[in-house]
Design a protein around this ligand. Structure first.
Ligand code: SAM
Ligand code: SF4
Length: 343
């Protein structure tokens, strides 16, 4: 039997963690750095949009202070998102600030990839390790219909630049909408395999601006798996599946890589949710679908003590509901659309 190592006398104890009333421990924070975006994906944003005035956005210093307050409460994993996070100038400066905060073990970025190529190496040098690039199709015409903008070549260039810069892992994220891009599942999976990238398929969720979401438009995780097994190669559930991760991971039996399925609709994972979100304008959201949020910007700006921010975070965690209720008649879509929540 391996002996238990003695306690590290220098280790800082984690103050009582962020546990909600269902026993879920929150150690994962998604930080939206802006609601601005250079695309207008139909499932995420309206075509015409009024962005938040710049003064409402948290500064890098405010974001870092917030993270320094929640890290001792057990938050160890961060992901920068948006809007399009690379629309925020000099994001590598924020990356440097966040990785230096004691307790932060993991920092990732989710981007549409359009602006990635010129900044990839700087982000890597600053200490970013993981990148997810959202890409729903490899067909230029469908890309433009989905994103309401051109840009496929820039995204592909961004993926190659991220590879050259040494990011590992790099994952592609694709939302699949029935009647729109289900024919892209197989080409995307093949593309990811060829480049040695992870591939994640996300079920379409009701967070779009036009309220066009309908259950029938959700191309389900099982349908994706069937298509992959039929046309790309046999898959088996990953042996090292993290039970708290939202994605159900599958490995190709020929060793050709991994596919993750985020099946928020067909197999909700709310009971193992460990996530909190900080919006670009400094609100804590305890769920993507939350109807209420807690303001921390005012506390951070008025120089309130860390305890006041901690109290606000704890109150938000304590109020977290059981699950998103999309599959019930009680479901109410939040006013914020995905781009201003931070997906
Ligand atoms: N702009 C960046 C990007 O597109 O990767 C980061 C922000 S975006 C809101 C984060 C992720 O949310 C993307 O992978 C996007 O595809 C996903 N997303 C947006 N709206 C969605 C929806 N209605 N259902 C499922 N996923 C959605
Ligand atoms: Fe922009 Fe990302 Fe939303 Fe597309 S999914 S509109 S790229 S924020």
């Amino acid at each position: 039997m391996t002996p238990t190592p003695p306690p590290d006398p220098l280790a800082k104890p984690i103050a009582r963690g962020l546990t909600d009333s269902f026993g879920r421990v929150h150690d994962n924070l998604r930080i939206s750095v802006t609601d601005r975006c250079n695309l207008r994906c139909v499932y995420c944003m309206p075509e015409q949009v009024r962005f938040m005035p710049r003064e409402r956005l948290l500064s890098f210093e405010e974001i870092a202070r917030f993270v320094a307050i929640v890290a001792p409460l057990g938050v160890a994993k961060l992901r920068l998102t948006g809007g399009e996070p690379l629309m925020r100038k000099d994001l590598d400066v924020l990356v440097r600030m966040l990785v230096a905060i004691p307790g932060i073990a993991d920092l990732g970025l989710t981007t549409n990839g359009i602006l990635l190529a010129p900044i990839a190496a700087r982000l890597r040098d600053a200490g970013l390790e993981r990148i997810n690039v959202s890409l729903d199709t490899l067909d230029p015409e469908r890309f433009e219909r989905l994103a309401r903008r051109k840009g496929l070549d820039d995204v592909i260039a961004g993926i190659h630049a991220a590879k050259r810069a040494g990011f590992d892992p790099i994952k592609l994220n694709a939302v699949v909408i029935r009647g729109f891009n289900e024919q892209d599942v197989v080409p995307l999976a093949r593309f990811a395999r060829e480049l040695g990238l992870g591939m994640r398929f996300i079920e379409y969720m009701p967070l779009d601006a036009e309220h066009a979401w309908e259950r029938d438009k959700v191309f389900l995780a099982d349908e994706i798996l069937d298509a992959l097994a039929r046309e790309v190669g046999p898959l088996a559930p990953a042996a090292d599946q993290d039970p708290r991760a939202p994605a159900l991971d599958y490995d190709y039996l020929d060793g050709g890589g991994r596919v993750g399925l985020i099946s928020s609709i067909s197999r909700p994972f709310c009971m193992s949710c460990n996530r909190l979100r900080l919006t670009a304008d400094g609100k804590i959201r305890n769920c993507l679908f939350a109807l209420e949020e807690t303001d921390v910007r005012a506390l951070l700006r008025s120089g309130d003590p860390a305890e006041a921010v901690e109290r606000a975070v704890r109150a938000s965690v304590a109020a977290k509901w059981e699950g998103h209720e999309i599959n019930t008649a009680r479901f109410v879509q939040p006013d914020r659309t995905m781009h201003s929540i931070g997906g």
